[in-house]
Design a protein around this ligand. Structure first.
Ligand SMILES: NC(=O)c1ccc[n+]([C@@H]2O[C@H](COP(=O)([O-])OP(=O)(O)OC[C@H]3O[C@@H](n4cnc5c(N)ncnc54)[C@H](OP(=O)(O)O)[C@@H]3O)[C@@H](O)[C@H]2O)c1
Length: 293
C-alpha cells in the first residue's frame, strides 16, 4: 500500500499534528451557506474535537461565507499553541449561495485578509491555493504561476507561514514548487476515488502531507457493499474502516473528516485506534476497487 505506517502523527509545516484532524465545512448551513441550524452544537463539535486531541482543522472563509471561521474563533480563540488551522483561498459566494471563482491576485489578497480577520489571527499557519480548473472534484491542467506567486508574496510579507494547494494536478504541484515550497496538497481522494494514487506516493517521498477531501465521500456517503460487509465483519462502522484504510495507505496522509455531530466525531477519531493488518486493509481496498469498476 505504498509508504504505509502506523504512526499517529505527521508533520504539517513546522508543527506535528495528529493524523486525524477535523474538516469544518459541514458546520455551515445547508449547501455550506449561511448559519447552522444549531450553532451551539457546532461550537460543541469544535470544542469536543480539541478536547479529544485534534490539532489540525481545515476551513475556508468562503464556507458560510465567514460562518465557519467565525464559529472556529468563537469556540477556540485564543487558540491552543499546537493547533494548525489550514485555510484556503480562491472562491467567494454569490448572494444565492453559488460558488464564485476568486482567483485574480486582488481576490486572493482579499481572501487572505478575510481569513485573518474572521479567524482573528496576525498570521495564517497554512493557506492552500484552491485551484479552480476542473470540475470541482477533479482537477485539470492550467498554469497557476500568477496565483501562486501572489500567495508567495503574501508569505514573504509575513501574513502566511506555509503554503499548500488544493484541487491541483501533479504538474501544478511541480509548478508551485518552482515558486515556493509547499507543505500539503488537499485533493479529492478516498477508498473508492483513487485517481491521485501516484501523487500520494510522490508527495510521501518528499515528506509533504496529502490531505484527502471527501474522505467519507463528501455530500453523499461512500457507497460500497464490500466496505459495509467488511466493516460489519470487523466490528467497525463503514466510515471507520474507510478512515483506517486511508491512514494505512500512506504515512503522509492527514485526515480531515467533516461532521456536524459529536457522535460521528468520536466515531471518526476512534479510527486511529484500529489495528487491522496492512495486508488486510490492502485487500479490502483492492476488492472495493474491483466492485467500483
Ligand atoms: N479543498 C476542497 O475543494 C474541499 C472540498 C470539500 C471538502 N473540503 C474539506 O474537506 C473536509 C472533509 O470533507 P467533507 O466534510 O465535505 O466530506 P466527508 O468528510 O467525506 O464527509 C462528511 C459527511 O459525512 C458524514 N459523516 C461524518 N462522519 C460520519 C460517520 N462517522 N458516520 C456517518 N456519516 C458521517 C457527515 O454528516 P454528519 O454531519 O451528519 O456527521 C457529512 O455529511 C471538509 O470539511 C472541508 O474542510 C475541501
Amino acid at each position: 500500500m505504498g509508504n504505509t505506517s502506523n504512526a499517529r502523527t505527521y508533520k504539517l509545516g513546522d508543527k506535528t499534528v495528529a493524523r486525524i484532524g477535523y474538516g469544518a465545512m459541514q458546520l455551515a448551513g445547508p449547501g455550506v451557506f449561511g448559519a447552522p441550524k444549531d450553532p451551539d452544537a457546532a461550537l460543541a463539535v469544535l470544542r469536543g474535537a480539541i478536547a479529544a486531541g485534534v490539532n489540525h482543522i481545515d476551513t475556508a472563509d468562503f464556507y458560510g461565507p465567514h460562518i465557519t471561521n467565525q464559529l472556529i474563533r468563537e469556540a477556540l480563540y485564543p487558540y491552543p499553541d499546537d493547533l494548525v488551522i489550514v485555510t484556503k483561498v480562491g472562491a467567494s459566494r454569490g448572494e444565492d449561495g453559488s460558488w464564485v471563482p476568486a482567483q485574480a491576485p486582488a481576490d486572493l489578497i482579499r481572501g487572505v485578509h478575510d481569513n485573518l480577520r474572521s479567524l482573528q489571527l496576525d498570521v495564517l499557519e497554512v493557506v492552500n491555493l484552491r485551484v479552480i480548473e476542473g470540475t470541482g472534484r477533479t482537477p485539470a491542467e492550467g498554469s497557476i504561476e500568477e496565483r501562486f506567486t501572489t500567495l508567495a508574496e503574501l508569505q514573504r510579507q509575513g501574513l502566511i507561514r506555509h503554503l499548500g494547494l488544493s484541487n491541483a494536478t501533479a504538474s501544478q504541484v511541480k509548478e508551485a514548487q518552482s515558486i515556493a515550497p509547499i507543505v500539503c496538497v488537499q485533493n479529492h481522494y478516498n477508498l473508492v476515488h483513487r485517481a491521485d494514487d501516484p501523487l500520494v506516493d510522490t508527495l510521501a517521498e518528499q515528506e509533504i502531507a496529502y490531505v484527502p477531501f471527501f474522505p467519507l465521500g463528501g455530500f453523499s456517503r461512500l457507497q460500497s457493499e464490500v466496505l459495509d460487509a467488511e466493516a460489519h465483519q470487523h466490528g467497525l462502522s463503514p466510515m471507520q474502516l474507510a478512515l483506517a484504510w486511508l491512514l494505512a495507505r500512506s504515512s503522509n496522509i492527514l485526515l480531515i473528516p467533516g461532521t456536524s455531530r459529536i457522535e460521528h466525531l468520536n466515531e471518526n477519531l476512534a479510527a486511529a485506534e484500529i489495528n487491522l493488518a496492512t495486508s488486510m486493509l490492502s485487500r479490502i481496498g483492492q476488492t472495493v476497487q474491483k466492485e467500483a469498476r
